[in-house]
Design a protein around this ligand. Structure first.
Ligand code: BEZ
Length: 403
């Protein structure tokens, strides 16, 4: 379970297939043992391993495998075969990639993606089918557990609304009256900016300009000049991964850091605060995780992740880890029988992820986490928790007929 198992660009990887031998030699074989001797469970993975979100895909994959290894490396007694494709963050390629995993590889579970546009493309293919069961370990598109929700689609991360909405109130509570929003121009940016704006304006603020940057561009000079000329009280931003590193550094280099406080959903500083260095110090964000959350599961998880990969865990790793926990619970409930789709779905619907590093969470009727959203602030390059910005926050799941 090293980084070597992470697929390179465009590479289709048949992961560590371990075929379990028949547990009983001859004679009567109890059902549970028969399942244990069955073919490996196939987990198809569609995540970015190249480009600005590459580290997010790597963290999710690492922690998913770590969680399953910690539980003995099997699901419901069966060995596992991982089949991973680099999404290249390409929405046009998403249908081909999804169909390759579903129709050619016949995966039992589909894990992915990071990007909201890809998630919507995948959901349109997976939702109308009975199988496989898809688990979204990052992409926040509100639609995936809203109008595109389906019995076989689950999410272990967040909707774009969840980490963004509470931050609107945080900015207002901090005394700001005007704000400029800035984000990448695609589903995630739009939905997060809309959610933050809504709550900021509900609390007396006014968004005076909405700036959109082509995805995944990282040239921000023109936009920073515009912000400097508008002089709002605050800026609310969504960028993640490599783009977040560049934006936060450019913001400070443009001399804006000490004049106009920067806020956003926590992706702005998550997993990248060390790379951002002094430019990130003091930035306040809201997210469903913080590095120093004081619970036993978080401490053990961070230590295990550091030991296994020599890297610091972040929210993306947490989401991969919880995807592993959900798979373990569901596959235990059916004794490894991947054909028992209804029972698998029922187990996932009733799941409580009690040992999550983010704190315990439950699954909503729309199949999205009901979870606490924390207010965090970067101190000495760590996203430290200041408090709970929204307790057990549930997405409105607009348009979901199951909710
Ligand atoms: C998204 O596209 O949904 C997304 C990507 C990175 C971080 C958060 C959300």
């Amino acid at each position: 379970m090293t980084e070597k198992s992470t697929p390179t660009r465009r590479q289709f990887v048949a992961g560590a297939a371990a075929t379990a031998g028949l547990a009983a030699a001859g004679g009567f074989v109890p059902a549970r043992v028969a399942i244990a001797g069955a073919a490996p469970v196939k987990i198809g993975i569609l995540l970015p391993y190249s480009g600005t979100y590459a580290k997010l895909g790597e963290a999710i994959t690492n922690a998913l495998k770590l969680r399953i290894e910690q539980a003995g490396g099997k699901l419901g007694g069966r060995a596992i075969e991982y089949l991973a494709i680099d999404s290249e963050m390409s929405v046009p390629k998403a249908p081909t990639n999804t169909n390759k995993l579903i129709k050619k590889e016949k995966v039992d579970f589909l894990v992915g993606p990071v990007h909201s546009g890809i998630a919507q493309a995948m959901a349109k293919i997976v939702g109308p089918r009975e199988t496989p069961i898809m688990i979204v370990p990052n992409a926040g598109s509100n639609l995936v557990t809203g109008s595109l929700c389906a019995p076989n689609i689950f999410r272990t991360s967040f909707t774009n609304w969840q980490p963004a909405y509470p931050c609107g109130k945080v900015m207002a509570d901090d005394g700001h009256k005007t704000c400029v929003t800035i984000a990448w121009k695609y589903t995630a940016g739009r939905q997060m900016m809309d959610a933050g704006t809504d709550n900021f304006e509900k609390h007396g603020g006014k968004v005076v300009q909405d700036i959109q940057v082509s995805f995944p561009k990282v040239e921000f000079q023109a936009q920073l000049s515009e912000i400097a000329s508008i002089k709002p009280d605050a800026v609310f931003a969504f960028f993640a991964g490599g783009g977040a590193v560049k934006f936060v550094k450019d913001y400070a280099a443009a001399g804006l850091k000490d004049k106009i406080p920067l806020y956003g959903p926590g992706f702005l500083t998550e997993g990248v605060s060390k790379a951002q260095g002094a430019a990130a110090e003091g930035i306040r964000t809201t997210l469903h995780y913080a590095a120093n959350l004081d619970n036993a599961a978080n401490g053990a998880f961070r230590a295990a992740y550091q030991k296994a990969f020599g890297k610091t865990a972040d929210v993306f790793a947490v989401q991969g880890y919880d995807t592993g926990s959900l798979l373990i619970q569901a596959m235990d409930a059916v004794g490894g029988d991947t054909g028992a789709t209804r029972d698998l779905i029922a187990a996932m619907e009733g799941a409580t992820i009690a040992d999550s590093p983010r704190g315990a969470w439950t699954m909503s009727k729309a199949h999205n986490p009901i979870q606490d959203i924390y207010l965090r602030q970067v101190k000495d390059s760590v996203n430290e928790v200041l408090g709970v910005a929204a307790k057990a926050l549930q997405d409105p799941a607009t348009g979901c007929k199951m909710a």
